[in-house]
Design a protein around this ligand. Sequence first.
Ligand SMILES: [Zn+2]
Length: 138
Amino acid sequence: MSSNWDAHHRRVVIEPATRHFLKLVWNVQMRTSILRGLRCFCPACGRGRLYRTYLKPYERCEICHAPIGSVRADDGPTWLTVLALGPVLIILTMTIAGANLSPWISYPLLAGLIIILVIGALPRAKGLFIGALWGIQH
Ligand SMILES: [Zn+2]
């Protein structure tokens, strides 16, 4: 069994094909469009707003007219939101459960915090995916 761990230099050895792929995908343009999407702005120009409504992107950017509506994130944002918020929500639940509050306080508090966190994270996760897909396609 081969290992990618170089014990002598204490680093992971990346195969040349993987390194080529990473150079192709993870560049400055990609990072820029991901960060713009994360901030809910157009991944192409960074000035136009990404969403027309809560999670509905504009068909074309208001500023640069880039076709941002054609980028389909599908189930990616939901998956990322669950993956990223899962540990946070577990810690939050354990903390509130350990506080010995009345169920009349702790259940609505927990439900409210979960709803606020998910509603806040979902557009950013979708923006991240739209930015990444925009960076790959352009
Ligand atoms: Zn734009």
